[in-house]
Design a binder for this molecule. Structure first.
Ligand SMILES: [Fe+2]
Ligand SMILES: [Fe+2]
Length: 183
């Protein structure tokens, strides 16, 4: 892997670690407000971001060492309705303004493996933003914990599905057994 691509991966690792922890905090806040389904949705997102961070970390293993990482992340912890709003915005932005350009950059450098990984993540973060948007709309409409079905997360690409997963992950083609049910 080229040095610049590895540094992009490390930066993305930092952003994903922050997102993982932020969603655990959002989950606790939702549980506190008596929104157990939203709390579970945030746990699913937190696990997905852990999958992303792990993937970035493993892919840079040829170039281990000490590095500074650089990423921007929202630092907010408000009411659940605000946390969902911020989550929606940041997932959409991550997909369109972060992973899509990284994928294009890696592809132009001939780094096809990294490009595919970034492309998968662009798709997964987009799916996150759609899912968060639905939960937010439902919460704003009814002011109570929305119905959310069983949530499964692919432990290869982090895709979150609100239905029993198909034989192969729609994003990364991993086999069905790679999906984890989120309690
Ligand atoms: Fe992510
Ligand atoms: Fe997947």
């Amino acid at each position: 892997m080229k040095r610049a691509t590895a540094q992009s991966m490390r930066n993305a690792f930092g952003a994903e670690c922050a997102a993982h922890m932020r969603y655990l905090l959002f989950s606790d806040q939702a549980a506190f407000e008596n929104f157990p389904n939203i709390a579970r949705l945030f746990r699913a997102l937190a696990f997905s971001e852990k999958v992303h961070a792990s993937s970035h970390y493993r892919q840079t293993k040829e170039l281990l060492g000490e590095y500074c990482v650089n990423f921007s992340a929202p630092f907010i912890l408000n009411r659940t309705v605000d946390n969902l709003t911020k989550a929606f915005e940041s997932e959409k932005e991550e997909s369109e303004e972060y992973y899509q350009p990284l994928a294009a950059g890696a592809r132009s450098q001939g780094e096809m493996h990294a490009a595919q990984s970034f492309e998968w993540l662009a798709q997964v973060e987009k799916a996150h933003s759609d899912m968060v948007r639905r939960a937010l709309d439902a919460l704003e409409h009814a002011a109570e914990d929305p119905e959310i079905g069983e949530l499964y997360v692919c432990d290869i690409c982090g895709l979150v599905m609100e239905e029993k997963p198909p034989e192969n992950c729609p994003v990364c083609r991993a086999k069905q057994f790679r999906f984890r049910l989120i309690e």
